[in-house]
Design a protein around this ligand. Structure first.
Ligand code: EPU
Length: 419
C-alpha cells in the first residue's frame, strides 16, 4: 500500500494549473451511452475514478480509447452488447448506478450490482430506484443486484425530495431519449449539471433549465456524437486556494473558473485571507496577521460545497476563536476531525453533522490513514502545514480524485514523496 511522506512547513510558492473536473468526467462517460456515434472527451483528469468508470463502460461493450498523456478519451457507444454490470464492477464506484438510465432508455433493460463509493454516510440509492420506476421500469432485486425492465420507458415528472447531484444528472441524461417531456423539480444546480446539459444539447438533446431548480427535457429519437472539454475542477481549485491560505503562501491557481468558487472565496475573505482573482486564476498572498474564526455550513451549489468542508476545517484550526462547522449533506464526513486532533487541533465533534473548532492550534506531524478523497486531501494539507513529518496511508483514496498530486505539490516546493 502506497503512502505519502511529508516534511511540513516548507515554503511554498508558484503556479499550479487545475485539471478537468472529476465530477464532470464521470457523468460524461455515462452520458456517452446515449449517443449514436463516438464521443470525444478532452481535459479528462488522469485519476482512478475515471479509470474505474471507463472500465465499466468498456464492460458494456463500448469502445474506449484513453490517451492518458493527452487527457483525452474517445468512447464509441455503438458497440454496446450487454446491459449487465457485474456486482464486482458496480461496487468500485458509486456513479455506476448512472448507467441504468441510459440502458433502460435505449435497451429497455439493465442489471446492476449494488453501487459502491466513498464511505461518507449512508448514501442510499432510493431516489434512483424511484426515478427509474417513474420512467416505467419494473425493478426486482436479489442479494447481489437489481434488475430493471422497461419495455416502453415513458417521460415523467419528478420532484426530488432532497437535492441530489448525480440523480439529477442521471434523470436528465435518461430523459433525453424517452418520448415526451420529462420535468425534474428541486434539481441540483452544480456547474457540472449545466456543462452536461450543454453537451447533450450540442448532440441534439432538448434540455432547458439546467442550472435552475427545474429542468425540462423533451425526448428526441437520436443524439449525435461530439467533442467536449471537461470544465475545470472547482474542488481541486478550492483545495489549492485553501492550501495557499493555510501555508500563508503566494500560490497562483490557474485554469480555473473563480465564479464556481464564489462562496468559498467569500468565506476566505471573511476570515481575512488575502488573495486576488482574475478571469481564470486565483492567487493567494503571504500574510502575517491572525485569521478570524468563522462558521461554515455546507449547502448544495451555490452554497458552501461539502467536498471542501474538510480542507476548510484544517484552515479553521489556524484561526483565532471558535468556529462551528456544520455539515448538512452527509452524516459520515466529519470523522477525520479525530485525525486532526491527533495532529494537535482542538476540535469537538458534537454529533455527526457538527464540530466546534477552537483555534489557533499548532499542528504537528503524525502517521495517519486517508479516510476518503476529501478528508484525505485535508490530511495532506494539514501535513504540509504541520511541524515535522506526517505519513499518510491509504492514499489510493486521494488518487481517486487528484491527479499526480504529489508531483504537482512538489512543483510548489512541498516536501512530499510517494513510497
Ligand atoms: N441521497 C439519498 N438517496 C439517494 C441519493 C442520495 O438519500 O438515492 C442523499 C445522500 O445520502 C446525501 C444527499 O442525498 O445525503 C446528497 O447526495 P448526492 O446524491 O447529491 O451525492 P452524490 O450525487 O452521490 C455528488 C458528488 C459528491 C459530492 C455530492 C454532494 C459525484 C460523482 N459525486 O455525490 O462528490 O460530495 O454530490 O455535492 O458527482 C467527491 O467528489 O469527493 C464526492 C463525494
Amino acid at each position: 500500500m502506497a503512502q505519502f511522506r511529508i516534511q511540513g512547513q516548507q515554503p511554498l510558492q508558484g503556479e499550479i494549473a487545475v485539471t478537468g473536473a472529476k465530477n464532470a468526467a464521470l457523468k460524461f462517460i455515462a452520458a456517452s451511452l446515449m449517443c449514436d456515434a463516438p464521443v470525444t472527451l478532452t481535459n479528462v483528469p488522469n485519476i482512478e475514478d475515471v479509470r474505474r468508470m471507463l472500465h465499466l463502460v468498456q464492460s458494456l461493450g463500448a469502445g474506449v480509447q484513453h490517451n492518458v498523456e493527452a487527457h483525452t478519451v474517445v468512447i464509441d457507444p455503438t458497440t454496446v452488447n450487454t446491459q449487465t454490470i457485474s456486482a464486482e464492477l458496480a461496487k468500485t464506484i458509486r456513479p455506476s448506478i448512472m448507467f441504468v438510465g441510459p440502458l433502460i432508455a435505449r435497451y429497455g433493460t439493465a442489471r446492476i450490482g449494488y453501487p459502491g463509493g466513498c464511505v461518507i454516510g449512508r448514501r442510499p440509492i432510493d431516489l434512483y430506484l424511484k426515478g427509474y420506476e417513474r420512467f416505467g421500469a419494473q425493478i426486482t432485486s436479489s442479494d447481489e443486484s437489481f434488475v430493471f425492465t422497461a419495455p416502453t420507458p415513458r417521460a415523467m415528472e419528478f420532484m426530488f425530495p432532497l437535492i441530489s447531484v448525480v440523480a439529477t444528472e442521471t434523470f436528465m441524461i435518461t430523459a433525453t431519449r424517452i418520448p415526451g417531456t420529462t420535468v425534474l423539480k428541486n434539481c441540483a444546480m452544480e456547474p457540472e449539471v449545466v456543462a452536461l446539459a450543454e453537451f447533450l444539447n450540442s448532440c441534439g438533446a432538448r434540455i432547458t433549465g439546467a442550472g435552475t431548480p427545474t429542468i425540462s427535457i423533451e425526448g428526441v429519437t437520436a443524439l449525435s456524437g461530439g467533442t467536449v472539454a471537461m470544465i475545470p475542477d472547482r474542488l481541486e481549485a478550492g483545495t489549492f486556494v485553501i492550501l495557499g491560505a493555510l501555508t500563508r503562501s503566494n500560490i497562483r491557481v490557474t485554469k480555473c473558473i473563480p465564479e464556481h468558487l464564489e462562496n468559498i472565496l467569500d468565506h476566505l475573505r471573511e476570515m481575512g485571507v488575502p488573495f486576488t482573482v482574475g478571469p481564470d486564476w486565483i492567487e493567494t498572498q503571504p500574510y502575517s496577521h491572525t485569521l478570524k474564526a468563522i462558521n461554515i455550513k455546507t449547502h448544495e451549489y451555490p452554497g458552501f460545497v461539502t467536498d471542501l468542508q474538510a480542507p476548510f476545517t484544517v484552515l479553521l484550526t489556524q484561526a483565532a476563536g471558535t468556529s462551528l462547522v456544520h455539515e448538512t449533506i452527509f452524516e459520515g464526513r466529519m470523522f477525520y476531525t479525530d485525525l486532526l486532533n491527533r495532529m494537535g487541533a482542538n476540535i469537538i465533534l458534537c454529533d455527526p453533522h457538527r464540530a466546534i473548532v477552537e483555534g489557533p492550534t499548532a499542528l504537528s506531524g503524525r502517521k495517519l490513514d486517508s479516510p476518503d478523497i476529501r478528508a484525505g486531501i485535508a490530511m495532506v494539507l494539514a501535513g504540509l502545514a504541520a511541524r515535522g513529518e506526517t505519513i499518510i496511508g491509504n492514499i489510493e483514496q486521494v488518487d481517486r480524485g487528484y491527479e499526480s498530486i504529489d508531483a504537482r505539490l512538489r512543483s510548489l516546493g512541498a516536501a512530499i514523496i510517494r513510497e
